[in-house]
Design a protein around this ligand. Structure first.
Ligand code: NDP
Length: 291
């Protein structure tokens, strides 16, 4: 058996097309949703992400505000910028591109973002809302994208045993909360978990977000299980570099029911949900019903 490949690129494109229509409808209230992105320093990968985010924001009919700051910017300057964006009526979403330089206290900065504009979903208020099932939560984009991809294959995940590899605040923990919200029985594994392979063999759903190249092997996967590969790892191979996920794709394809590729799986969904969160923030700020 060869697994069905979940085409995140196509699903994200469909989501953005739907979103564009919703943005147009929202425009009848007299407002255009706006997303502000703050980029510090010259990290080439971050610059690529920020460009893609800005382009897709505009393509979806929303306003994009970019703030590029030099590597040497101070914490105070960044805090002041965030406060200005918090007070700017035209800005519905604020995204601070990570990673930040080591002299910046990222936790303090992210906590300074108005939770109503926290489209990355990293603010403790939004983490709390997600944990308590409050529908106003702006939840992290990558986990939202993972749930969407899973539901594209299996709309009702009730009762499934889901194993999440990774417990970061950005991916693993919020993903576990979202899976609970879908009535899964959730196990969170991390670097200190014993017998991860055996644990995965009991899973109906495996989401790999450990940042370990091709860690999940074919014989870890129950036949027919759904496998979502969040990992993005750049490894040296065949005299060059290539991107691989946390899942040994070819091996797992032979056993899984469905699997996401890397690239072209979870990655494109992350930006689509950033735009979705920006519209949700705009609607909530203007008192319209949640999308
Ligand atoms: P972190 O490094 O913050 O977290 C990694 C997690 O994996 C930790 O909880 C760690 O455990 C766990 N882990 C590490 N090694 C192992 C192991 N051998 N066995 C089991 N668990 C392990 O990473 P992120 O959560 O930020 O990202 C995870 C991956 O997803 C990365 O490859 C990243 O590039 C990718 N990513 C992709 C995105 C996308 O849009 N596609 C978006 C965000 C991330 P412990 O807590 O014990 O240290």
């Amino acid at each position: 058996m060869s697994a069905r490949i979940i085409d995140g690129k196509a699903i994200a494109a469909g989501l953005r097309a739907e979103l564009k229509e919703k943005v147009e409808a929202f425009g009848k209230t007299g407002r255009t949703p706006g997303l502000a992105v703050v980029l510090v320093g010259n990290d080439p990968a971050s610059a690529v992400y920020v460009r893609a985010k800005a382009r897709q924001t505009v393509d979806a009919g929303m306003q994009s505000f970019e703030h590029r700051l030099p590597e040497v910017v101070s914490q105070d300057q960044l805090m002041r910028l965030v406060e200005t964006l918090n007070d700017d009526f035209a800005v519905d979403g604020i995204l601070v591109q990570l990673p930040l330089p080591p002299h910046i206290d990222a936790t303090a900065l992210l906590s300074a973002v108005d939770p109503a504009k926290d489209v990355d979903g990293f603010h403790p208020i939004n983490a709390g809302r997600l944990a308590t099932g409050d529908t106003r939560a702006l939840s992290p984009c990558t986990p939202l994208g993972c749930i969407h991809l899973l539901k594209s294959v299996e709309p009702d995940l009730t009762g499934a045993h889901a194993v999440v590899l990774g417990r970061s605040n950005i991916v693993g923990k919020p993903l576990a909360q979202l899976l609970l919200g879908e009535n899964c029985t959730v196990t969170i594994a991390h670097s200190r978990t014993r017998d991860i392979a055996d644990l995965c063999r009991t899973a109906d759903v495996v989401v790999a977000a450990a940042g370990q190249p091709e860690m999940v092997r074919g014989d870890w996967i129950k036949r027919g299980a759904l496998v979502i590969d969040v990992g993005i790892n750049r490894i040296a191979r065949d005299g060059g570099y290539r991107l691989v996920g946390d899942v040994a794709f070819d091996e797992v394809c032979d056993r899984a029911g469905a699997i996401t590729p890397v690239p072209g799986g979870v990655g494109p969904m992350t930006i689509a949900y950033l735009l979705q969160n920006t519209l949700k923030a705009a609607r909530q700020r203007s008192g319209a019903a949640a999308i």
